[in-house]
Design a protein around this ligand. Sequence first.
Ligand code: ADP
Ligand code: ASP
Ligand code: MG
Length: 409
Amino acid sequence: MSLVVMKFGGSSVADAEKIKRVAGRVIDKKKAGNNVVVVVSAPGDMTDDLITLAEGVTDAPDEREMDMLLATGEQVSIALLCMAIKHKGEDAVSLTGPQAGIHADTTHTRARITKIIPTKVHDGIDKGRIVIVAGFQGINPNEDITTLGRGGSDLTAVALAAALKADTCEIYTDVEGVYTTDPRVVKKARKIERISYDEMLEMAGSGAQVMQARSIEVAKKYGVDIHVRSTFTKNSGTLITGEEKLRRREMEDVVVSAVTFDRKQAKLSIVDVADRPGIAARVFGALAKGGVNVDMIIQSAARDRSNDISFTISRGDVKKALALLEKVKHDLHANDIISDDKVAKVSIVGVGMRSHPGVAAKMFETLSKNGINIEMISTSEIIISCAIRESEVDKAVTVLHKAFGLNKR
Ligand code: ADP
Ligand code: ASP
Ligand code: MG
């Protein structure tokens, strides 16, 4: 008998009607002769609402307690889905992340899965039940609940599929698959039939919310094929798989596969820092130690033995970063630290870039022709990103999507 892992995101279980619909879909899969393990996210915007609630109580919520709070969202979904399935006459059991044997490290709010011991999952399957697991959570060596970073139910699903050696891992969401850009922004975005792990990883890392980046890392490591598809239609979606399984044509004909964006970035500039060895190490060392991820970096040319260092981070990290930099400001002999939180990032992604020159030039030309100023640039093998004003994101995405031939005809 095949084993299928089905993951349903928050929008798919947002209310009682939707939960009943998901229950029907899960039962259909079981009745088609499969063993079924389901992973669910918290209903609708519950995770965001819980965060707002915590911020109403304190401006620096304790991270252990934050995990305790956020993990409750997924528990709401597993219990309700289990009830709905039982109401329709199928047997099911709900399990929290810890009950499902999902072990994680001690980093609160963005823990990594260290191992999965799915004894109770196997028990449920052996008893012929549909097993429903809470996404986004695990248990750490101190027996505390941790969460796996935003979008972490994708990671739960992929890691469980790997641990259970599932035949299929299906991610059900509110769009029909992975698109050439966010279909909420560009109506002419096209559904991608198949995409490589590497491209999906770059897309997720540069803002395409549809899959969590770390879930793709795990999928690649364990060779889990992912089928992203809609909760609300029966159409087939997007297969995320290894490059070796993609047709040659798919890889070579397409130069740019997708346009992505992240509206919520910020730029910090450290002005007039001493121009001597060790300064960058001091700045970025302090940020790394404090858990702040730095994205793009520019250091200006030295003048009068000083220079400026600018870099981008996630907007949510600004307060933390400023506090960390304040501590080292004196050692840097810096004049000032300026923060600008109206910055966004737009990126183009595609394995075809490896063999096609001139892609970056075309991106810059397209932005410039449309009057969009580029503030920073970063490139690597299959992605080029530009920092721009937040107010220009929609325009930038639309013109790049068209310029690289991605519009639906
Ligand atoms: P879920 O609640 O199912 O986890 P998410 O909100 O995390 O769903 O992800 C789905 C959303 O991702 C879609 O509604 C879509 O607007 C957005 N999205 C952004 N970029 C893309 C893309 N390239 N392809 C598909 N969806 C995208
Ligand atoms: N509920 C969590 C979040 O909103 C996890 C998830 O949806 O994947 O980030
Ligand atoms: Mg998601």
